[in-house]
Design a protein around this ligand. Structure first.
Ligand code: FAD
Length: 469
């Protein structure tokens, strides 16, 4: 067996492992060993469908030391007028550059792709079968907590009869390879998350007729309006003004439904079908252009989850829907973030990066590395890095926001950490606030609204959460 010595062993070279390693490298002189099953850095982005993109601007994603994208706004398409969203191939290329241009040239990082981590500091090469024992002087970092599942690597939980044409979205751009007589005439999108929405937008944008598309939507989702998460100073009213409106809605809402309706009225939350009351929120972030496009799909099947697909059509929780021959089913049922109970992030000789600010896994991992580098013990570190639960059901949105606000408050009490956050490329709006001129009364009024609503917002969120409404 080979042996290796390192200070930190990072398992996983996705966004989380790399954002953690990048900041740790900048803030310490530690040696880092990174192990991953994938053949390239970037985790799930290597398995994504060709037309995948970030939901949120590139400006907030990746690792702290290397910008992603060119900070341009889209001039065309459904994201027109908003800051660019890196495509999947761009994100994969970016993480490859992070490894080649930042981490490896430091001389302190070793990277082991195609290697399965077995626990106890051991990993095995998936190509040679050779095992390596890593002697870890400081800590092992489990950067696999989110367990991201994407269509290409997931197995559907419904029965599929022989002969049914069920594909992941990855197969769609390859349809041109089929002979014309075998190409699908009808499409059924199965699933109602962001991937399903991407597929709907892609099908329509690539020429499919709306009447050829059916969409199985077991549950509707509230969606975050991307206009309110823009990096540029010119979006001050939409971003910080949006935060003020959000705090005011948190402070005033009389129930969970009332909260989401207030956020919708403020333009922060959106839904595709205004006649349906959503029961999910996953931080899926969309533009109004995407929503308008998706509203063109009118054959929406709201009959629960798919139980089986056979040659005649779909069996759902609440009945059957028949489909004609040459129907292509597109599996969008992978859940990007599996619901998992959180655990303390700092656990002795183990670190398990999770969200400390939702919905920002990359920022969270970088902040956790900064805290690891500069604070003395696990109790102090965990106090600064309380985990923020990722919401699935609407009720969890309350807990998510309370945890976000509590962390923000604690960070604000610590000058060095606040300075690091303000300078961190992955932080959203700290730089925008710092750039506000003391003479700009309009902007100062917006910041004043946020401050004024913060405490009442926290108190009311606690009240709503306690009511379990
Ligand atoms: C389509 C999509 C769009 C998204 N858009 C955004 C966005 O705009 N903004 C944003 O902030 N977030 C976004 N996210 C969420 C966020 O990017 C992902 O959740 C994040 O990339 C997850 O990174 P990760 O490192 O936790 O997971 P992964 O990318 O899954 O990486 C984990 C790695 O661990 C490896 N691994 C696991 N177990 C082992 C083992 N035993 N041995 C060796 N290796 C192992 C895996 O091979 C994998 O490479 C998006 C997610 C998806 C799916």
């Amino acid at each position: 067996m080979n042996t290796l010595e390192t200070d930190y062993l990072v398992v996983g070279s996705g966004a989380v492992g790399l954002a953690f390693a990048d900041t740790l490298l900048q803030e310490t002189d530690a040696r880092i060993t990174i192990v991953d099953r994938h053949g390239k850095p970037g985790g799930h982005w290597n398995d994504a469908y060709a037309f995948v993109a970030l939901h949120q601007p590139s400006a907030f994603y990746g690792v702290n030391s290397l910008p992603l994208g060119s900070n341009r706004k889209d001039a065309v398409g459904v994201n027109q007028g908003l800051y660019e969203l890196a495509s999947g191939p761009e994100v994969s290329g970016y993480f490859d550059a992070v490894m080649r241009q930042r981490l490896l040239p430091s001389g302190r990082v070793s990277y082991h792709p195609m290697s399965d981590y077995l626990g106890g500091g051991r990993f095995v090469s998936m190509l040679s079968g050779e095992e390596t024992q890593v002697r870890v002087a400081r800590k092992t970092v489990d950067a696999t907590f989110f367990g991201t599942s994407v269509p290409a690597t997931h197995t559907p939980r419904f029965a599929v009869a022989d002969g049914v044409d069920l594909v992941p979205p990855n197969a769609l751009p390859q349809l041109w390879m089929k002979p014309a007589a075998q190409r699908p005439q009808q499409f059924v999108i199965v699933g109602a998350g962001k991937t399903a929405m991407d597929v709907g937008v892609w099908l329509l944008g690539s020429g499919a007729r709306p009447e050829s598309i059916h969409w199985v939507v077991p549950r509707d989702s509230w969606l975050l309006n991307r206009l309110h998460v823009q990096p540029g100073l010119e979006f001050f009213q939409e971003t910080l003004g949006g935060q003020a409106a959000q705090m005011e809605a948190f402070a005033a809402a009389s129930s969970l439904d009332d909260l989401f309706e207030r956020l919708e009225a403020a333009g922060i939350m959106m839904r595709i079908d205004r006649s349906v009351h959503p029961s999910m929120f996953h931080f899926a972030t969309m533009s109004t252009g995407e929503i308008e496009t998706l509203r063109r799909i009118t054959q929406v099947i709201r009959m629960g989850r798919v139980q089986a697909i056979d040659g005649q059509g779909l069996a759902l929780d609440q009945g059957r829907v028949d489909m004609p021959p040459r129907t292509l089913y597109i599996d969008c049922t992978a859940s990007a973030v599996e619901p998992r109970p959180g655990s303390p992030i700092f656990q002795g000789d183990r670190i398990v990066p999770q969200l400390v600010r939702a919905p920002q896994p990359a920022f969270s991992a970088a902040l956790i590395a900064y805290v690891e580098a500069h604070y003395p013990d696990d109790a102090t570190k965990n106090a600064l890095c309380a985990t923020v639960p990722f919401p699935h059901k609407l009720q969890q949105y309350l807990h998510c926001n309370m945890a976000n606000m509590a962390n923000q408050f604690r960070w604000g009490q610590d000058k060095a950490l606040s300075r690091w956050i303000r300078d961190c490329r992955l932080d959203g709006f700290g730089k925008v606030i710092a750039a506000t001129s003391p003479d700009d009364t309009e902007k100062l009024a917006v910041l004043g609204r946020i401050r004024a609503a913060a405490m009442p917002a926290m108190a009311n969120l606690q009240k709503l959460a306690a009511q379990g409404v």
